[in-house]
Design a protein around this ligand. Structure first.
Ligand SMILES: Nc1nc2c(ncn2[C@@H]2O[C@H](COP(=O)(O)OP(=O)(O)OP(=O)(O)O)[C@@H](O)[C@H]2O)c(=O)[nH]1
Ligand SMILES: [Mg+2]
Length: 200
C-alpha cells in the first residue's frame, strides 16, 4: 500500500528516432491533445505528467530527443537516463526505418541490457497511401528484437495513448522484477550494499 505522502512512481521514457518522424508530435499529442503541423527540429525537451496507470497514479517523464544528425554526439547521455524507449520511424520513409537498427544498437550499448523496455513505433499511419515500409518488414524486425510493434498517428491520435501506457507497463513490471528479493540486477545490488552499511 502507498504511504500517504509518498510521491507517485516516476517512469522515464525517451523518444528516439530520425528527424521528422513525429517524436515531438506524438509527445505533444499525448501531453496536450494537440497535433502540431509545423516541423521544428527538436534539440531536447522534457515533459512530465501525472497519469493513472491501471488504477495507480504515476508520473511519466518524457524526454523528446533530437533526431537530426547534428545532435548525435549527445545522445549517449540522454539514453543513459531512460528506463524505457519509444523507437519511432515514419511508415512513409524507409531511411527512418533503417535507422531504427542503429538506435536500437546504441540503446543496448548504453544501457547494457537486452531486455530494456522498448517499443518499435511506426508513425504517420494516417498516410497509408504513402507507405514505404511494409507492415511485414516492421513486424519482422520487432519479432527479431523480441519487442512489440505498434503503428500510430500523431495526427489522428490512433494508438498514441497505447504506446505510452504499454511502455509504462513494461517499465513498471521491469522495476518489480528488479526489486524481487534474490534478484541480482544492478539496482538491487546497490540496495543490498546500502543494507549492509546499515547493519555494520
Ligand atoms: N500526417 C502526419 N504527419 C505527422 C505525424 N507525426 C508528425 N507529423 C508531421 O511530421 C513533421 C515532423 O514531426 P516532428 O514531430 O517535429 O518530428 P520529430 O521526430 O520530432 O523531428 P526531430 O525533432 O527533428 O527529431 C511535422 O510537420 C508533423 O506535423 C503523423 O502521425 N501524421
Ligand atoms: Mg522533435
Amino acid at each position: 500500500m502507498k504511504k500517504p505522502n509518498q510521491q507517485p512512481a516516476l517512469h522515464k521514457v525517451i523518444m528516439v528516432g530520425s528527424g521528422g518522424v513525429g517524436k515531438s508530435a506524438l509527445t505533444l499529442q499525448f501531453m496536450y491533445d494537440e497535433f502540431v503541423e509545423d516541423y521544428e527540429p527538436t534539440k531536447a525537451d522534457s515533459y512530465r505528467k501525472r497519469v493513472v496507470l491501471d488504477g495507480e497514479e504515476v508520473q511519466i517523464d518524457i524526454l523528446d530527443t533530437a533526431g537530426q544528425e547534428d545532435y548525435a554526439a549527445i545522445r549517449d547521455n540522454y539514453f543513459r537516463s531512460g528506463e524505457g524507449f519509444l523507437c519511432v520511424f515514419s511508415i512513409t520513409e524507409d531511411d527512418s526505418f533503417q535507422a531504427t537498427q542503429e538506435f536500437r544498437e546504441q540503446i543496448l550499448r548504453v544501457k547494457n541490457d537486452e531486455n530494456i523496455p522498448f517499443l518499435l513505433v511506426g508513425n504517420k499511419s494516417d498516410l497509408g497511401e504513402k507507405r514505404k515500409v511494409p507492415l511485414s518488414e516492421a513486424t519482422g524486425r520487432a519479432t527479431q528484437w523480441g519487442v512489440p510493434y505498434v503503428e500510430t498517428s500523431a495526427k489522428t491520435r490512433a494508438n498514441v495513448d497505447k504506446v505510452f501506457y504499454d511502455l509504462m507497463r513494461e517499465i513498471r513490471s521491469r522495476k518489480m522484477e528488479d526489486n524481487k528479493p534474490g534478484n541480482s540486477r544492478g539496482k538491487d545490488k546497490s540496495k543490498r550494499k546500502k543494507l549492509k552499511c546499515v547493519i555494520l
